[in-house]
Ligand binder design. Structure first.
Ligand code: S3P
Length: 470
């Protein structure tokens, strides 16, 4: 079984090997070895953004060179920043500064990336420029109203859009209104869009988040020289107040390993019998560590070794050993700290002893696909007893095994593809995904990295899977 490589651009002139179209994972021997996953996607987007919004040079190491982040780099160039790749994962950004962005000459194409599109809607909203936003078929379906509503209240105008989705044209304002916004959904993208618009406001912009979401925007704003006041309201909500028009200066950013990418080799090492894997340099910021907590509650053997600070974020090496998992109930308040990890957690749950209940997953419906439906359909196609009850996902575990044998519809969603390839590594029959090409958005070297651990992932041949999920 061999992976079918297809060239892709990691920056102008660069190519790397990528899986294309249908792939399958099948069981083989135990997974063994040490790996490093690519840089964190959220931090990579923000490093480029804040570099462009700063005066002087920002130097980034460990940047994720996936399609989503490259689209953000291209957008920063369109605003007048000079963005250059100087080596593997190392980039420089010569910024233009808050308030000084140029109007892009052409539409901005964000591909599959909701984070890029939503954060940059915030950037444009706070500048006196007009920009057109577009993306692929998946991104064109995703709701933008959640950012457009507060951005319009700050003074931005939608010039044209069908039903608040991409493609759309946004006209920003050079004087965003100082604004206080309580997040109606727990979304770091919405929080960040409002704060980015507020950067060019003459007053203070305040975001109140009843449930904490990933805090990379706040950490990085401070790192680049903005003044933030973060406190807790009497009702427990987090209040983030940003003083407008700071002078941001270029900085060094070291991007730690992405816990959302580490989740795949992590769960694979837990469910493939006899495995023992170390994943180095994984960010363990508490706003991102919900999966580790949950898996440990399930009895997973995960040791966090060599804890240290890496570029302002806590990181550790994860030492993982296969072993039995038991079902748990995952509380809804944990969802923001592991929102991207539910597909692979659901796969882990299908190998556990007992029935796992994951509560409060409404936000999963508006990701790169409707992940609640896609995960349930994928598990069902692979013989797992699974049910959606409102916003909850309920998965009956097979006590160390799962049938497999299905073909999973990925709906242009990288994490659905990777989660089900992991399932196939431990299920009785192989698991196929209809399209692995989207993996390049966040984890271009997923297949070679997993193969290096001994995983059998490649193009589907030999015994064809039988079930199918649509
Ligand atoms: C992200 C926030 C999350 C997450 C996405 C990255 C970010 O989205 O799902 O992959 O970098 O801010 P929401 O903020 O919509 O939950």
């Amino acid at each position: 079984m061999t992976a079918s490589p297809a060239p892709h651009r990691s920056d102008r002139g660069q190519t790397s090997e990528l899986p294309n179209a249908r792939l399958q994972g099948r069981s083989g021997g135990p997974l063994r070895g040490r790996v490093r996953v690519p840089g964190d996607k959220s931090i990579s987007h923000r490093a480029l953004l804040f570099g462009a919004l700063s005066a002087g040079r920002t130097t980034i190491s460990g940047l994720l060179e996936g399609h989503d982040v490259i689209a953000t780099a291209d957008a920063m160039r369109a605003f007048g920043a000079v963005v250059e790749r100087t080596g593997e994962g190392t980039w420089t950004v010569d910024g233009v500064g808050v308030g000084a962005l140029l109007e892009p000459a052409a539409p901005l194409d964000f591909g599959n990336s909701g984070t890029g599109a939503r954060l940059i809607l915030g950037v444009v909203a706070g500048h006196g420029i007009t920009a057109r936003f577009d993306g692929d078929a998946s991104l064109r379906k995703r709701p933008m109203g959640r950012v457009l509503t507060p951005l319009q209240a700050m003074g931005a105008r939608i010039v044209d859009s069908s039903d608040g989705r991409l493609p759309l044209t946004l006209r920003g304002t050079r004087d965003p209104i100082p604004f206080e916004y309580r997040l109606p959904v727990p979304s770091a993208q919405v929080k960040s869009a409002v704060l980015l618009a507020g950067l060019n406001s003459p007053g203070t912009t305040t975001v109140i988040e009843p449930e904490p979401t990933r805090d990379h925007t706040e950490r990085m704003l401070s790192h680049f020289g903005a003044h933030l006041d973060i406190s807790t309201d009497p009702d427990g909500a987090r209040r983030i107040a940003l003083a407008g028009r700071p002078r941001l200066s270029g900085r060094e950013v070291t991007v730690p390993g992405d816990p959302s990418s580490a989740a795949f080799p992590l769960v694979a090492a837990l469910v493939v019998p006899g495995s023992s894997v170390t994943i180095e340099n994984v960010m363990i910021n508490p706003t991102r560590a919900g999966l580790i907590t949950t898996l440990q509650e399930m009895g997973a053997r995960i040791e966090l070794a060599n804890r240290r600070d890496h570029g302002g974020e806590p990181v550790a090496d994860l030492i993982v050993a296969a072993g039995p998992l038991k079902a748990v109930e995952v509380p809804p308040e944990r969802a923001p700290s592991m929102i991207d990890e539910y597909p692979v957690l659901a796969v882990a749950a299908s190998f556990a002893e007992g029935t796992t209940v994951m509560r409060g997953l409404a936000e999963l419906k508006v990701k790169e696909s409707d992940r609640l439906a896609a995960v349930a359909a994928g598990l069902a196609a692979n013989g797992v007893d699974v049910r959606i009850d409102g916003d909850d996902l309920i998965v009956a575990g097979g006590n160390g095994s799962a049938p497999g044998g299905g073909i999973v519809a990925t709906h242009m969603d990288h994490r659905i593809a990777m989660a089900f390839l992991v399932m196939g590594l431990a299920s009785q029959r192989p698991v196929a995904v209809d399209d692995g090409s989207m993996i390049a958005t966040s984890f271009p070297d997923f297949v070679p990295l997993m193969s290096g651990l001994g995983a059998e992932i490649g193009t589907a041949d030999g015994d064809e899977p039988t079930g199918s999920a649509t």
